[in-house]
Write a protein that binds this ligand. Structure first.
Ligand SMILES: Nc1ncnc2c1ncn2[C@@H]1O[C@H](COP(=O)(O)OP(=O)(O)OP(=O)(O)O)[C@@H](O)[C@H]1O
Ligand SMILES: [Mg+2]
Length: 277
Protein backbone atom coordinates (compact mmCIF):
# COMPACT_ATOMS: atom_id res chain seq x y z
CA UNK A 1 0.00 0.00 0.00
CA UNK A 2 1.28 3.46 -0.87
CA UNK A 3 2.10 5.98 1.84
CA UNK A 4 -0.51 8.24 3.41
CA UNK A 5 0.32 11.91 3.00
CA UNK A 6 -0.40 14.08 6.01
CA UNK A 7 -1.91 11.06 7.78
CA UNK A 8 -5.19 11.55 5.89
CA UNK A 9 -7.30 9.12 3.87
CA UNK A 10 -5.53 6.02 2.58
CA UNK A 11 -4.51 6.14 -1.08
CA UNK A 12 -6.59 3.31 -2.43
CA UNK A 13 -5.93 1.56 -5.71
CA UNK A 14 -8.73 1.36 -8.29
CA UNK A 15 -9.59 -2.33 -8.74
CA UNK A 16 -8.48 -3.57 -12.17
CA UNK A 17 -6.43 -0.46 -12.91
CA UNK A 18 -2.70 -1.16 -12.84
CA UNK A 19 -1.40 2.39 -12.99
CA UNK A 20 -2.90 5.81 -12.52
CA UNK A 21 -0.89 8.55 -14.22
CA UNK A 22 -1.69 12.20 -13.51
CA UNK A 23 -0.96 14.89 -16.10
CA UNK A 24 -0.67 18.30 -14.47
CA UNK A 25 0.92 21.71 -14.65
CA UNK A 26 0.82 24.81 -12.56
CA UNK A 27 -0.28 26.90 -15.50
CA UNK A 28 -3.36 26.78 -17.72
CA UNK A 29 -3.24 26.39 -21.46
CA UNK A 30 0.17 24.75 -21.72
CA UNK A 31 -1.17 21.58 -23.33
CA UNK A 32 -2.07 19.18 -20.50
CA UNK A 33 -5.20 17.91 -22.21
CA UNK A 34 -3.40 17.65 -25.55
CA UNK A 35 -0.64 15.62 -23.89
CA UNK A 36 -3.09 13.48 -21.89
CA UNK A 37 -5.25 12.69 -24.94
CA UNK A 38 -2.32 11.88 -27.22
CA UNK A 39 -0.57 9.86 -24.57
CA UNK A 40 -3.70 7.77 -24.00
CA UNK A 41 -4.24 7.23 -27.74
CA UNK A 42 -0.54 6.37 -28.21
CA UNK A 43 -0.63 3.86 -25.34
CA UNK A 44 -3.71 2.24 -26.88
CA UNK A 45 -1.87 2.21 -30.23
CA UNK A 46 1.03 0.42 -28.57
CA UNK A 47 -1.37 -2.28 -27.43
CA UNK A 48 -1.91 -1.26 -23.81
CA UNK A 49 -5.36 -1.05 -22.27
CA UNK A 50 -5.71 2.69 -21.72
CA UNK A 51 -8.28 4.97 -20.11
CA UNK A 52 -8.57 8.72 -19.78
CA UNK A 53 -10.27 10.46 -16.89
CA UNK A 54 -11.01 14.14 -17.45
CA UNK A 55 -10.62 15.62 -13.97
CA UNK A 56 -11.12 19.15 -15.27
CA UNK A 57 -14.65 19.35 -13.94
CA UNK A 58 -15.06 23.06 -14.66
CA UNK A 59 -13.59 23.04 -18.16
CA UNK A 60 -13.74 19.51 -19.56
CA UNK A 61 -12.06 19.44 -22.98
CA UNK A 62 -11.62 15.69 -23.41
CA UNK A 63 -14.95 15.13 -25.26
CA UNK A 64 -14.01 17.71 -27.92
CA UNK A 65 -10.43 16.53 -28.28
CA UNK A 66 -11.46 12.86 -28.45
CA UNK A 67 -14.29 13.65 -30.86
CA UNK A 68 -17.07 12.07 -28.84
CA UNK A 69 -20.15 13.56 -27.22
CA UNK A 70 -22.48 10.91 -25.90
CA UNK A 71 -24.17 10.32 -22.59
CA UNK A 72 -22.77 7.33 -20.72
CA UNK A 73 -25.32 5.02 -19.16
CA UNK A 74 -25.25 3.56 -15.69
CA UNK A 75 -25.82 -0.03 -14.65
CA UNK A 76 -26.70 -0.48 -10.95
CA UNK A 77 -25.37 3.01 -10.23
CA UNK A 78 -22.03 2.27 -11.88
CA UNK A 79 -21.29 4.47 -14.89
CA UNK A 80 -20.12 2.70 -18.03
CA UNK A 81 -17.25 4.65 -19.59
CA UNK A 82 -17.45 5.66 -23.24
CA UNK A 83 -14.78 4.40 -25.62
CA UNK A 84 -13.07 6.17 -28.51
CA UNK A 85 -9.90 5.25 -30.44
CA UNK A 86 -9.45 2.28 -28.10
CA UNK A 87 -9.42 4.50 -24.98
CA UNK A 88 -12.02 4.29 -22.20
CA UNK A 89 -13.22 7.75 -21.26
CA UNK A 90 -15.03 9.64 -18.55
CA UNK A 91 -15.59 13.39 -18.42
CA UNK A 92 -17.96 15.83 -16.80
CA UNK A 93 -18.52 17.04 -20.36
CA UNK A 94 -20.45 13.84 -21.09
CA UNK A 95 -22.82 14.46 -18.18
CA UNK A 96 -23.30 18.17 -18.59
CA UNK A 97 -22.81 19.03 -22.25
CA UNK A 98 -22.97 22.60 -23.49
CA UNK A 99 -21.14 25.71 -22.50
CA UNK A 100 -22.89 26.51 -19.21
CA UNK A 101 -20.23 26.92 -16.51
CA UNK A 102 -20.41 24.71 -13.47
CA UNK A 103 -20.16 26.45 -10.13
CA UNK A 104 -19.26 23.88 -7.54
CA UNK A 105 -17.62 24.08 -4.17
CA UNK A 106 -14.80 21.97 -2.75
CA UNK A 107 -16.78 19.10 -1.17
CA UNK A 108 -18.89 18.60 -4.31
CA UNK A 109 -15.79 18.57 -6.49
CA UNK A 110 -14.26 16.02 -4.18
CA UNK A 111 -17.29 13.77 -4.53
CA UNK A 112 -17.39 14.07 -8.35
CA UNK A 113 -13.75 13.07 -8.64
CA UNK A 114 -14.30 10.18 -6.26
CA UNK A 115 -17.26 9.00 -8.31
CA UNK A 116 -15.25 9.24 -11.51
CA UNK A 117 -12.55 7.13 -9.94
CA UNK A 118 -14.64 4.58 -8.10
CA UNK A 119 -18.12 4.48 -9.61
CA UNK A 120 -17.04 4.13 -13.22
CA UNK A 121 -16.64 0.65 -14.58
CA UNK A 122 -13.07 1.14 -15.82
CA UNK A 123 -12.56 -2.62 -16.12
CA UNK A 124 -9.05 -3.94 -16.61
CA UNK A 125 -6.67 -1.13 -17.57
CA UNK A 126 -2.90 -0.97 -17.80
CA UNK A 127 -2.89 2.83 -17.61
CA UNK A 128 -5.54 5.31 -16.57
CA UNK A 129 -4.40 8.80 -17.55
CA UNK A 130 -5.87 11.62 -15.49
CA UNK A 131 -6.10 15.03 -17.13
CA UNK A 132 -5.89 17.49 -14.24
CA UNK A 133 -7.21 21.04 -14.32
CA UNK A 134 -4.60 23.81 -14.17
CA UNK A 135 -3.14 24.77 -10.84
CA UNK A 136 -2.20 23.16 -7.58
CA UNK A 137 -5.48 23.47 -5.67
CA UNK A 138 -8.31 21.42 -4.18
CA UNK A 139 -9.17 19.18 -7.11
CA UNK A 140 -5.59 18.10 -7.62
CA UNK A 141 -5.04 17.42 -3.94
CA UNK A 142 -8.37 15.68 -3.43
CA UNK A 143 -7.55 13.30 -6.24
CA UNK A 144 -3.94 12.71 -5.39
CA UNK A 145 -4.62 12.14 -1.73
CA UNK A 146 -7.24 9.46 -2.16
CA UNK A 147 -5.97 7.45 -5.12
CA UNK A 148 -2.79 5.48 -5.42
CA UNK A 149 -1.11 7.34 -8.26
CA UNK A 150 1.88 5.62 -9.88
CA UNK A 151 3.36 8.88 -11.12
CA UNK A 152 2.79 12.32 -12.53
CA UNK A 153 3.74 14.09 -15.74
CA UNK A 154 4.26 17.84 -15.50
CA UNK A 155 3.64 19.79 -18.69
CA UNK A 156 5.26 23.16 -19.27
CA UNK A 157 6.20 25.48 -22.09
CA UNK A 158 9.70 27.00 -22.26
CA UNK A 159 8.47 30.40 -21.02
CA UNK A 160 9.55 31.60 -17.57
CA UNK A 161 5.99 32.04 -16.29
CA UNK A 162 5.09 28.51 -17.27
CA UNK A 163 8.30 27.11 -15.77
CA UNK A 164 7.64 28.91 -12.50
CA UNK A 165 4.25 27.23 -12.25
CA UNK A 166 5.69 23.88 -13.34
CA UNK A 167 8.06 24.05 -10.36
CA UNK A 168 5.04 24.53 -8.10
CA UNK A 169 3.40 21.48 -9.66
CA UNK A 170 6.54 19.38 -9.13
CA UNK A 171 6.62 20.50 -5.50
CA UNK A 172 2.92 19.76 -5.02
CA UNK A 173 3.36 16.19 -6.26
CA UNK A 174 6.46 15.90 -4.07
CA UNK A 175 4.55 17.01 -0.99
CA UNK A 176 1.95 14.30 -1.45
CA UNK A 177 4.67 11.82 -2.41
CA UNK A 178 3.61 11.14 -5.97
CA UNK A 179 6.72 10.28 -8.03
CA UNK A 180 7.34 12.50 -11.03
CA UNK A 181 7.57 10.40 -14.19
CA UNK A 182 8.92 13.39 -16.04
CA UNK A 183 8.54 16.92 -17.26
CA UNK A 184 7.41 17.57 -20.85
CA UNK A 185 8.19 20.77 -22.66
CA UNK A 186 5.30 21.47 -25.00
CA UNK A 187 5.16 24.22 -27.64
CA UNK A 188 8.96 24.08 -27.63
CA UNK A 189 9.52 25.50 -31.06
CA UNK A 190 7.83 26.18 -34.35
CA UNK A 191 9.33 25.08 -37.64
CA UNK A 192 8.82 27.82 -40.23
CA UNK A 193 6.79 26.24 -43.06
CA UNK A 194 8.66 28.36 -45.60
CA UNK A 195 12.35 28.37 -44.64
CA UNK A 196 12.15 25.35 -42.23
CA UNK A 197 14.09 27.26 -39.60
CA UNK A 198 13.33 26.65 -35.95
CA UNK A 199 11.60 29.56 -34.19
CA UNK A 200 11.74 29.54 -30.38
CA UNK A 201 8.39 31.22 -29.77
CA UNK A 202 8.41 30.83 -25.99
CA UNK A 203 12.22 30.77 -25.49
CA UNK A 204 14.27 27.61 -25.46
CA UNK A 205 15.75 24.96 -23.21
CA UNK A 206 13.87 25.96 -20.06
CA UNK A 207 12.05 22.66 -19.62
CA UNK A 208 15.19 20.55 -19.72
CA UNK A 209 17.06 23.01 -17.48
CA UNK A 210 14.28 23.15 -14.90
CA UNK A 211 13.93 19.37 -14.91
CA UNK A 212 17.68 19.00 -14.32
CA UNK A 213 17.65 21.59 -11.54
CA UNK A 214 14.80 19.80 -9.79
CA UNK A 215 16.22 16.34 -10.31
CA UNK A 216 13.27 15.37 -12.47
CA UNK A 217 13.41 13.20 -15.60
CA UNK A 218 12.98 15.14 -18.85
CA UNK A 219 10.50 13.47 -21.18
CA UNK A 220 11.39 15.67 -24.15
CA UNK A 221 10.25 18.52 -26.33
CA UNK A 222 7.04 18.66 -28.32
CA UNK A 223 6.85 21.13 -31.21
CA UNK A 224 4.27 23.84 -31.58
CA UNK A 225 2.42 23.07 -34.77
CA UNK A 226 -0.99 23.96 -36.18
CA UNK A 227 -1.55 20.27 -37.01
CA UNK A 228 -1.57 19.46 -33.28
CA UNK A 229 -4.16 22.17 -32.58
CA UNK A 230 -6.27 21.10 -35.55
CA UNK A 231 -6.12 17.50 -34.32
CA UNK A 232 -7.39 18.65 -30.93
CA UNK A 233 -10.14 20.92 -32.21
CA UNK A 234 -11.41 18.34 -34.70
CA UNK A 235 -11.39 15.42 -32.26
CA UNK A 236 -8.74 13.58 -34.27
CA UNK A 237 -5.65 13.47 -32.05
CA UNK A 238 -2.39 13.69 -33.98
CA UNK A 239 -1.42 10.24 -32.66
CA UNK A 240 -4.05 8.70 -34.94
CA UNK A 241 -1.61 9.44 -37.75
CA UNK A 242 1.01 6.81 -38.36
CA UNK A 243 4.48 7.08 -36.88
CA UNK A 244 5.76 8.67 -40.12
CA UNK A 245 4.23 11.88 -38.82
CA UNK A 246 6.90 13.61 -36.69
CA UNK A 247 4.43 14.81 -34.04
CA UNK A 248 2.81 11.39 -33.75
CA UNK A 249 6.29 9.83 -33.56
CA UNK A 250 7.25 12.18 -30.71
CA UNK A 251 4.16 11.14 -28.77
CA UNK A 252 4.74 7.43 -29.35
CA UNK A 253 8.31 7.87 -28.14
CA UNK A 254 7.02 9.66 -25.06
CA UNK A 255 4.48 6.92 -24.42
CA UNK A 256 7.27 4.29 -24.46
CA UNK A 257 9.33 6.46 -22.13
CA UNK A 258 6.39 6.84 -19.75
CA UNK A 259 5.88 3.07 -19.65
CA UNK A 260 9.55 2.64 -18.76
CA UNK A 261 9.44 5.41 -16.16
CA UNK A 262 6.36 3.92 -14.47
CA UNK A 263 8.24 0.65 -14.08
CA UNK A 264 11.33 2.47 -12.78
CA UNK A 265 9.56 4.58 -10.16
CA UNK A 266 7.56 1.49 -9.13
CA UNK A 267 10.80 -0.31 -8.37
CA UNK A 268 12.19 2.70 -6.51
CA UNK A 269 9.05 2.86 -4.34
CA UNK A 270 9.42 -0.76 -3.29
CA UNK A 271 7.71 -4.02 -4.06
CA UNK A 272 4.23 -3.01 -2.85
CA UNK A 273 3.52 -1.35 -6.20
CA UNK A 274 2.84 -3.80 -8.99
CA UNK A 275 4.97 -3.36 -12.08
CA UNK A 276 3.88 -4.43 -15.55
CA UNK A 277 6.06 -4.46 -18.59
N1 LIG B 1 2.10 21.45 -29.42
C1 LIG B 1 1.05 22.17 -29.77
N2 LIG B 1 0.97 22.76 -30.99
C2 LIG B 1 -0.11 23.51 -31.34
N3 LIG B 1 -1.16 23.71 -30.55
C3 LIG B 1 -1.13 23.14 -29.33
C4 LIG B 1 -0.05 22.35 -28.88
N4 LIG B 1 -0.32 21.90 -27.61
C5 LIG B 1 -1.53 22.41 -27.31
N5 LIG B 1 -2.03 23.14 -28.33
C6 LIG B 1 -3.29 23.88 -28.38
O1 LIG B 1 -3.28 24.84 -27.34
C7 LIG B 1 -4.54 24.95 -26.73
C8 LIG B 1 -4.42 24.63 -25.24
O2 LIG B 1 -4.06 23.26 -25.10
P1 LIG B 1 -4.72 22.35 -23.98
O3 LIG B 1 -6.19 22.57 -23.91
O4 LIG B 1 -4.23 20.97 -24.21
O5 LIG B 1 -4.02 22.99 -22.70
P2 LIG B 1 -4.36 22.72 -21.15
O6 LIG B 1 -3.08 22.88 -20.41
O7 LIG B 1 -5.08 21.44 -20.99
O8 LIG B 1 -5.34 23.92 -20.84
P3 LIG B 1 -6.24 24.09 -19.49
O9 LIG B 1 -5.29 24.55 -18.46
O10 LIG B 1 -7.24 25.13 -19.90
O11 LIG B 1 -6.86 22.76 -19.18
C9 LIG B 1 -5.45 23.99 -27.49
O12 LIG B 1 -6.13 24.69 -28.48
C10 LIG B 1 -4.49 22.98 -28.11
O13 LIG B 1 -4.98 22.43 -29.31
MG1 LIG C 1 -6.95 21.02 -20.11
Amino acid sequence: MATQPHGEQPQLPIPGVQHLIAVGSGKGGVGKTTVAVNLAVALAGLGYKAGLLDADVYGPNVPLMMGIQETPHAVDDIIQPLEQYGVRLMSMGFLSPGDKPLVWRGPMLHSVIQQFLRRVNWGELDYLIIDLPPGTGDVQLSLIQTASISGAIVVTTPSDVSLEDARKAVNMFGQVRVPILGMVENMSYLTCPHCHERIDVFSTGGGRRTAEQMGVYFLGELALDPAVRIGGDSGNPITLKDSGDPHAAAYFQMARDVVRRVAEVGQESGPSIEVTD
